[in-house]
Design a protein around this ligand. Structure first.
Ligand code: CTP
Ligand code: CA
Length: 228
């Protein structure tokens, strides 16, 4: 597939992209997080602006601010912050790409003071965060396109297909963890694109920039297929 058959095919469209990790506070100096750098999300935001869209990048801690006109970055910390920032803009977004590695759990309570070490160990009670992708899937309008990601280590295709259907997404980008050079912190990525009613499409191992362009290209194609 070619990148953008027409010039700036997303001109006039608004997009939301989530990127990076979330930090869930345990106490004033500690958090639960993950190794996501947000590179894939930033590359997607840049590919969307190159295609003409106006992008709101909702980014977790440590995400490198993107270059390029047309990207507004909203910095957030926790899954809850990210949920609120996304929901504030969801009503008029044509495209929503959720590339963030959102924490599934947060500490039930945040200690107000630094937790002191004790000889008896420490047990944290964790509670589930809101699923941003699933929440958007529930309120999605026919003119909106919702893209999610999936990170799997077992039964990848089957689990990714469950996310596609279960969260009412238009496309799921399945990250390959098996290939060297793909995933967290790497400059390259290898992904498989799942869309309803179509065979999965596996893209070659390539730069995150080229992967992002191919994902946006595929997204535009499935939209066209639906419209015609
Ligand atoms: N996601 C989200 N909000 C959450 C958790 C996940 O929006 N609280 C989104 C991610 O940004 C991604 C998709 O859901 O686009 C899938 O994330 P993933 O962690 O692979 O799947 P989960 O549904 O969280 O299930 P599990 O971690 O058990 O595989
Ligand atoms: Ca998860």
């Amino acid at each position: 597939a070619k990148f953008f058959t027409t010039d700036r095919p997303l001109k006039g469209k608004k997009a939301i992209v989530t990127a990076g990790p979330t930090y869930e506070r345990i106490d004033p100096v500690r958090f639960i997080g993950n190794f996501s750098t947000g590179k894939m999300g930033v590359a997607l935001a840049e590919a969307l602006t190159e295609a003409g869209a106006e992008v709101n990048l909702v980014a977790g801690p440590g995400v490198q601010a993107p270059h390029g006109k047309g990207i507004t970055m909203t910095a957030v910390e926790s899954a809850h912050d990210m949920y609120e920032a996304v929901m504030a803009h969801a009503a008029d977004a044509h495209i929503m790409v959720l590339a963030a590695a959102v924490a599934d759990y947060r500490p039930e309570t945040m200690a107000t003071g630094k937790i002191k070490k004790s000889d008896t160990g420490l047990t944290l009670t964790l509670t589930k965060t809101d699923d941003i992708l699933a929440s958007l899937g529930k309120i999605k309008q026919p003119w909106q396109t919702l893209v999610g990601f999936a990170l799997e280590t077992d039964n990848e295709l089957e689990n990714a297909a469950k996310k596609l259907n279960g969260k009412n997404a238009d496309m799921i980008v399945l990250n390959s963890l098996r290939d060297a050079g793909a995933g967290f912190g790497h400059e390259t990525n290898k992904v498989t694109l799942l869309t309803a009613g179509q065979e999965p499409v596996t893209l070659p191992l390539q730069s995150k920039r080229d992967t992002a362009k191919a994902i946006i290209d595929h997204m535009i194609q499935i939209r066209h297929a639906e419209e015609t």
